[in-house]
Design a protein around this ligand. Structure first.
Ligand code: BGC
Length: 755
């Protein structure tokens, strides 16, 4: 299809009509030219196609579709291929239902554990979130179905989501909040992007030219079209100019008419409208040409697939004394109403009408040969009674194994949680059972971190997240040992919400100040040496792994040269298992900005038989070492040493590290003068070549520090580093001529290309 030619044949009114939807879920057709109407519909982990009355809050019934694990768990798999498998299955469900664009994935950063939509988002870490989003998009689109990467951008809370103004500085935006979108756009080119409801620094996102044109298109090269979130349009003409192409949904033609009037009055250049129409038609015809027709669905097969995937998304957070896996020949007390009816998805627009739903009680019964006793313990809504608690205690005392299934029923779009506390009845029940039966195992179903006041009393904790319709089957696979858990946390679990960095500035209406800046998640906990409940990247297995020291392809590279890092991982236990190997990078000293101690820049999942060793290799590109320089509005590397670590989690004690020097070609060096400190001078490229002999001379003139001196040589040295060179020269009383030093500084400046 020659889209340009087609646009040329359209009247002004026809073009404007394409800029808003036909009702809830469709684009408008132009019958005169044979342009069809196509359907776009939710959502990230399952299809929510409403055949009857539409709404964007998941209120009205939709067609039966598989509810796969939600993003919170999926990201915990750290598995690009796994998410791609789910993506291809989602695409098949979309095709079988004649849907051209799936409204997902959501890749907003988890700024606070309280955000109501965290279950729909991947991570607190931009690298992980970006990789997951890119794999999802590539997989769905490889089957001919488009995606809508959402919610762009800085939409990290549900409180006042339609009006709030996220106040974020440029570096934080690019390093943390935009980075996952950037990766997804560059690696996967989503067909569409959905702009979020909120404002950023005073401008609604639908008309935010910086985000929709400068960043998305000019910097990242996005080729698809931008649509609004449902009801996120404000000034239609301003939005078109800023780069927002399609308004969704639409119940009237009022905004189309505004576009026509603006072109006629000269307020809007018709070329801007043509550009948007062209973008939309390009995507529409791509789907028509590449979308698979006559796809038939096997929902039973997808249910089995959902169970397999879910088994890779659940995190074994504690397993003292190897409580799990349970010996199923022994008697087992299964406690908690969620064992009968699992919590498996959140509320809102991602709510799926699932055709099947496993439950733990039944699935456990299928594989256990020992007696199974059930006690409700507390109700589905989290309330309990003395009678229910007494029954639960009795069951727990009687049985050899105890498995509690509980969780948080509060995860939904449109509202944030007020705290991380579980309902009181749930806490009471878990505590009572754990006290009655030391070593009890708890399975938690939740979309985001919760407080765990009873953790010390438990033998084991499996965090199942919201694992989709087959979650219960997958839980049973893990607790019985049929599946060896391998997932790791894609977010820090703080003790409580007050421990989280965004806390004082989260959940506000009006201005929402991102005052914690880049210090999100583990970056914050690392910097302040605060021990959370569970660290980012933490997760256990039924086997154990050992890591070798990492090896690097070079100890010094020039910016842009790839660096290869490898380590050998050995399965030292007695079961086959998979290990998620994480790679972190941190700059030791950065003069221009304060950087996190370390940041995730690579991960690989490796499957190992008992005793087997495999080498895991990562290749780091220039971005792995760069920060966002606000003076250049770009990514820059500062010359210096970096600590590159390979580790099983983000815990500082578990990092195996190597140091690498990177020489920058992108930093702008300030000219050195007599006011530059000795530290600044020595950190400048070429300084040692020019300055080495002088340093030695200066050292020989410095007073010697003996064993009985109050100040150590290191301390003196550190003090000297902070002194401007001109001041230092005056201390040594004219023994070195300042003009000689000035000449040397000029020489260093000129070697670095600075006048
Ligand atoms: C949500 C989107 C969703 C849309 C359509 C909005 O309320 O924020 O994520 O895709 O509705 O259901």
């Amino acid at each position: 299809m020659n889209v340009k030619e087609l646009v040329g044949k359209m009247t002004l009114e026809e073009k404007a009509s394409l800029c808003s939807g036909l009702g809830w879920w469709n684009t408008k057709p132009v019958e005169r030219l044979g342009i069809p109407s196509v359907m776009v519909t939710d959502g990230p982990h399952g299809l929510r196609k409403q055949a009857g009355e539409g709404d964007h809050l998941g209120l009205n019934e939709s067609v039966p579709a598989t509810c796969f694990p939600t993003a919170a768990g999926l990201a915990s798999s750290f598995d690009r291929e796994l998410i791609a498998t789910q993506g291809r299955a989602l695409a098949a469900e979309a095709q079988a239902n004649d849907v051209s664009i799936l409204l997902g994935p959501g890749t907003n950063i988890k700024r606070s554990p309280l955000c109501g939509r965290n279950f729909e988002y991947f991570s607190e870490d931009p690298y992980l979130a970006g990789e997951m989003a890119a794999s999802y998009i590539n997989a769905v689109q490889s089957e001919g179905v488009g995606t809508s990467l959402k919610h762009f951008a800085m939409n990290n809370q549900e409180t006042a989501r339609n009006s709030g103004n996220s106040v974020v500085d440029e570096r934080t935006m690019h390093e943390i909040y935009l980075a996952p979108f950037e990766t997804a756009v560059k690696k996967a080119q989503p067909a569409t992007i959905m702009n979020s409801y909120n404002q950023v620094n005073g401008t609604f996102n639908c008309q935010n030219e910086y985000l929709l044109t400068k960043v998305l298109r000019d910097m990242w090269g996005f080729e698809g079209y931008v649509m609004t979130d449902w009801g996120a349009m404000h000034d239609r003409v301003a939005a078109l100019k800023a780069g927002c192409d399609l308004e969704m949904p639409s119940m009237s033609t009022a905004n189309d008419e505004k576009i026509v009037a603006a072109v006629k009055s000269g307020e809007l250049d018709e070329a801007v409208l043509d550009r948007s129409v062209e973008r939309m038609l390009n995507i529409l015809y791509r789907w028509i040409e590449t979308g698979k027709k006559d796809v038939t669905l096997d929902l039973a097969a997808h249910h089995r697939l959902a169970r397999k995937i879910a088994g890779e998304t659940m995190v074994l957070a504690k397993n003292e004394g190897g409580v799990l896996p349970l010996d199923t020949s022994k008697s087992t007390a299964i406690i908690g109403a969620y064992a009968e009816k699992i919590m498996f998805q959140g509320g809102g627009s991602s709510h799926i009408n699932n055709p099947y739903l496993d439950n733990v009680l039944e699935e456990y019964g299928k594989v256990a040969s020992g007696e199974v006793i059930y006690a409700k313990g507390c109700k589905q809504n989290g309330e309990t009674t003395d009678e229910l608690i007494a029954e639960a205690i009795e069951a727990a005392k009687k049985a050899e194994n105890v498995l509690i299934v509980a969780g948080s029923p509060q995860e939904t779009e449109g509202a944030d949680r007020k705290s991380m506390a579980l309902p009181k009845g749930v806490v009471k029940m878990i505590t009572a059972v754990a006290e009655a039966h030391p070593g009890a195992a708890l399975v938690l179903t939740c979309g985001a971190p919760v407080e765990l006041p009873f953790l010390d009393k438990l033998g084991a904790l499996l965090i199942a997240y919201l694992g989709g319709q087959a979650a219960a089957g997958a839980i049973v696979d893990i607790v019985t040992g049929a599946v060896n858990p391998s997932a790791k946390l894609a977010e820090t679990w703080p003790m409580n919400h007050r421990q989280s960095p965004a806390h004082p500035n989260f959940g506000k209406s009006g201005d929402v100040r991102y005052e914690e800046g880049i210090w999100v998640g583990y970056r914050w906990f690392d910097a302040h040496d605060i021990k959370p409940r569970f660290r980012f990247g933490h997760g256990l297995s039924y086997t154990t792994f050992e890591y070798s020291e990492p090896r690097v392809s070079a100890s010094e590279i020039t910016e842009g040269e790839p660096l290869t890092v490898s380590a050998d991982i050995t399965n030292t236990g007695s079961r086959a298992g998979a290990e998620i190997v994480q790679l972190y990078v941190g700059q030791d000293i950065c003069r221009k900005v304060t950087r996190p101690i370390k940041e995730l820049k690579g991960f690989e999942k490796v499957r190992l038989e008992p005793g087997e060793t495999k080498t895991v290799t990562f290749t780091l590109d220039r971005r792995a070492f760069a920060f966002w320089d606000v003076s250049k509005h770009d990514w820059v590397i500062e010359t210096g040493t970096f600590t590159v670590s390979v580790a099983p989690c983000s815990c500082p004690k578990r990092q195996k590290s190597v140091t690498v020097k990177v020489n920058s070609t992108s930093e702008t060096l300030e000219p050195l003068t007599l006011e530059s400190t000795i530290g600044e001078i020595l950190a400048t490229p070429h300084a040692m070549e020019v300055f080495g002999p002088l340093m030695q001379a200066a050292q020989s003139m410095a007073p010697a520090t003996g064993d009985d001196e109050m100040f150590s040589a290191e301390g003196m040295m550190e003090m000297a580093m902070g002194i401007p060179i001109g001041t230092a020269l005056s201390f040594i009383g004219g023994q070195i001529d300042p003009n000689v030093v000035l000449g040397m500084l000029r020489q260093i400046n000129s070697l670095n290309g600075i006048e």
